[in-house]
Write a protein that binds this ligand. Structure first.
Ligand SMILES: *[C@@H]1O[C@H](CO)[C@@H](O)[C@H](O)[C@H]1NC(C)=O
Ligand SMILES: *[C@@H]1O[C@H](CO)[C@@H](O)[C@H](O)[C@H]1NC(C)=O
Ligand SMILES: *[C@@H]1O[C@H](CO)[C@@H](O)[C@H](O)[C@H]1NC(C)=O
Length: 712
């Protein structure tokens, strides 16, 4: 049979506006696809400029440079002899479109603009692009002169068409279109399209991969067909981590899957498939009747064969077999996603490594463990011979020896990772010892300091200036004094962190380069505002800023065994405390008591607020049903009001939060994801009145019921 074809899709670690780097990675993926015998190669969405250019998509330069890169790809003979589907933004009649260009042998076959744009959550494609709202409509696009010269074509088809080769039909779909209820692949499949390519810029969110992969597999379960999914991977210059997972699916079954997290900049996934499988599948389902009722697509005819008919049988070409989809557990996702993101960040910002204030608590411990995980990934990639990783590692670690490569995560950490315990006379011996031991186990360069003199100096400056001296609450001070004293310590930590981050490399004999300061405020603390503005939650980047306390604990437990770090058990067993108030015989500061709610409750409030789109009133109604009779309506009302009170009075802190890895869909990140005002009446007077009415009603109902019961 002459219907076996090899197809390729890929994960590329593109970087917004890194035009040449992006082009080189595209080229490498094409060369690799060809070397594996592929006759079709699909790449990620907007792969030439990088998916995450955001408002740079409004600049003409982005379109111009994208064409320039595209031209250099077309001109390169290495890209010939394979059907290419490449992602690029295009200006057509002064309107900006998010497009795919299909080409073969240096000639453009079709430009396909995206029909449906992703425009919620982290995505704002409508801000830059216009959707092509003319299904199955095609017109002419006049090519830029530099392309005309190169290909000899003046204009090409632009619109919603499909490519018909001598042996099959190929259609392209882009990311969001898959998620729309009426996806293009249905109409295409019904119109005889056998291979559908889907190019995506999809980001990682905890526990979300299966939703995406289900959509992709379902796309061909119903109508049969071959589905090629390509995705970007890596940091791309923002809070998102695009998480790869390139996939090849035949009739709903996965035959090849790329990795979700990896330090490989270019990962090509290929499979050899039999077009006859699609034809056989479609003959079984009630396909024919619907087909005849489906409007047809314009076909761009290309006289090439993807499966050369000259080869009637070649035993070396083996069809790929169906396989199980691999998923990571959430704990692994936390170990891998933020670690890969940090690696991209540090290598691309030319950092000399990281600096982390280590408190002895869970959160900074989690950040440190993620850095450890990153070091393990770097060593693994270096051992596997990843030259890019070795080169980057050498530069970040400032090793001059060209033969050196990282071979041990602990040794590598000692070169690039710096931790610091910033204690006072009142810090407990336990937190101090835990921090030190963790640093020894993971290899960070550790500084243990006391900042009492600094704190005392600031308090005296205040006293001299005002004649008043604040004292802690436990010694009779007011709430305001108590908070102010804690904030002095907390804010001084930020000053020290930046000082050490700038100078530690110099202390260690290195002439240039500063460290990236890492923050460790978790998503629940951010939501509740349980942190000091401009304390050491203010940092350069925060790997755990959108991960819940509950998940962080699970991650630490996982890392304890997976990374063989028994010390992590001690962190898990300790009571979470900020240790900003003095410890006395009968008082230890505790986070959950301070906050007036548990971390578990915070996650529930967070999800209801963001994902279920609840204001105070509807949140109360939802929880009324979930939490009674365990809690009385009055208790629930109190909790909801308390949450909204603290959330509102602290919302201003979200406007200056450290950029955090986006991992959780209830993240309160005000900068990109959760746009809200930061001056809100925290008492929500009207909503509160309505809640109180219900509380009273149900209390009355309860007593009425009770009376009835006693009467009966
Ligand atoms: C704007 O971009 C287009 C490509 O889309 C290019 O042809 C044109 O020359 C650019 N204009 C300027 C002023 O650079
Ligand atoms: C492509 O895949 C994405 C998943 O990343 C999906 O949301 C989208 O709907 C797909 N596009 C099409 C056209 O099916
Ligand atoms: C440590 O605690 C003492 C009281 O036990 C208090 O007077 C002092 O201010 C505290 N120091 C700091 C730096 O908080």
């Amino acid at each position: 049979m002459g219907h076996l074809i090899t197809v390729a899709t890929c994960n590329l670690n593109q970087w917004a506006l890194d035009f040449e780097g992006n082009r080189d990675r595209i080229l490498q993926s094409i060369v690799e696809a060809k070397s594996r015998g592929a006759s079709l190669r699909v790449g990620p969405e907007l792969e030439i400029p990088g998916y995450g250019c955001l408002d740079h998509f409004i600049e003409n330069d982005t379109y111009l440079h994208s064409w320039e890169m595209y031209a250099s790809l077309l001109a390169n003979k290495e890209t010939h002899g394979i059907l290419l589907d490449i992602g690029i933004p295009i200006l057509h009649k002064n309107v900006k479109y998010n497009c795919r260009i299909l080409s073969y042998d240096g000639k453009i076959l079709l430009i396909r603009p995206k029909l449906w744009l992703a425009n919620d959550g982290n995505y704002r494609e409508m801000r830059y692009f216009t959707p092509w709202q003319r299904p199955r409509y095609v017109e002419k696009y006049v090519l830029p002169r530099m392309i005309q010269k190169l290909t000899g074509q003046v204009s090409v088809d632009f619109g919603d068409a499909v490519i018909s080769t001598l042996d099959t039909v190929i259609g392209a779909e882009t990311c969001e279109e898959l998620f729309t209820p009426d996806s293009p692949h249905i109409g295409m499949s019904l119109d005889g399209v056998e291979i559908i390519t889907n190019s995506s810029g999809s980001h990682h969110e905890l526990r979300k991969l299966n939703t995406r992969l289900n959509l992709i597999t379902e796309a061909t379960t119903k109508c049969g067909g071959i589905y090629l999914y390509a995705n970007q991977r890596g940091c791309d210059g923002d809070r998102l981590y695009y998480d790869g997972c390139a996939l090849i699916v035949v009739n709903g079954e996965v035959v090849a899957q790329g990795s979700q997290f990896s330090l490989n900049d270019v990962e090509v996934v290929t499979a050899t498939i039999d077009l006859e499988d699609v034809r056989a599948y479609r003959s079984q389902i009630s396909y024919g009747l619907q087909c005849t009722q489906t409007p047809t697509y314009e076909r761009v005819h290309v006289p090439i064969e993807l499966s050369p008919s000259s080869i009637t049988f070649d035993a070396r070409i083996v069809p790929s077999r169906p396989r199980e989809i691999r998923y990571h557990r959430p704990e692994e996702e936390i170990a891998l996603g933020p670690a890969c993101w940090m690696w991209d960040y540090v290598r691309r910002c030319n950092g000399a490594g990281f600096f982390l204030p280590l408190s002895g608590g869970i959160d900074s411990c989690a950040t440190a463990t993620i850095v450890h995980s990153m070091c393990r990934l770097v060593v693994k990639a270096a051992v596997e011979g990843n030259e890019q990783v070795i080169k980057d590692a050498r530069r970040i670690a400032n090793v001059q020896d060209d033969a050196w490569k990282p071979t041990d995560p602990v040794e590598f950490a000692s070169k690039i990772f710096h931790t610091c315990y910033m204690g006072t006379e009142n810090s407990s011996a336990e937190t101090r010892a835990r921090a030190k031991e963790l640093s020894e186990k993971i290899g960070s360069y550790h500084v243990d300091l006391n900042m009492d003199t600094l704190v005392a100096a600031v308090v005296s400056v205040f006293e001299v200036a005002t004649g008043k001296r604040p004292i802690f609450k436990i010694f009779g001070g007011s709430q305001t004094e108590n908070l102010a004293l804690q904030n002095i310590q907390a804010r001084l930590r930020m000053v020290l962190a930046y000082l050490f981050a700038q100078l530690l490399p110099w202390v260690r004999g290195r002439q240039t380069g500063g460290l990236l300061v890492l923050g460790s405020a978790n998503v629940d603390e951010c939501l509740r505002g349980y942190l000091t503005k401009y304390d050491c939650s203010s940092a350069d980047i925060n790997p755990i800023g959108s991960i819940s306390k509950t998940d962080l604990k699970k991650f630490i437990a996982y890392a304890e065994t997976e990374f063989k770090l028994p010390i992590l058990k001690e962190f898990l067993e300790a009571t979470p405390t900020a240790e900003l108030e003095p410890i006395t015989e009968n008082y230890v500061q505790s986070d959950e008591i301070d906050m007036g709610m548990t971390y578990e409750e915070l996650s529930i409030f967070g999800r209801l607020r963001k994902i279920q789109k609840c204001g105070p009133y509807s949140m109360f109604l939802k929880l009324y049903h979930e939490w009674t009779p365990r809690l009385t309506p009055r208790q629930i009302a109190e909790k909801v009001k308390r949450f909204f009170f603290f959330y509102s009075i602290n919302r201003h802190k979200m406007t200056v939060m450290t950029p955090a890895y986006h991992a959780e869909n209830y993240s309160p990140d005000d900068n990109r994801f959760d746009l809200r005002p930061f001056l809100i009446n925290p008492r929500f007077p009207w909503a509160s009145k309505k809640i109180d009415e219900i509380v009273e009603q149900s209390e009355k109902g309860l007593t009425d019921n009770l009376e009835q019961l006693t009467v009966d």
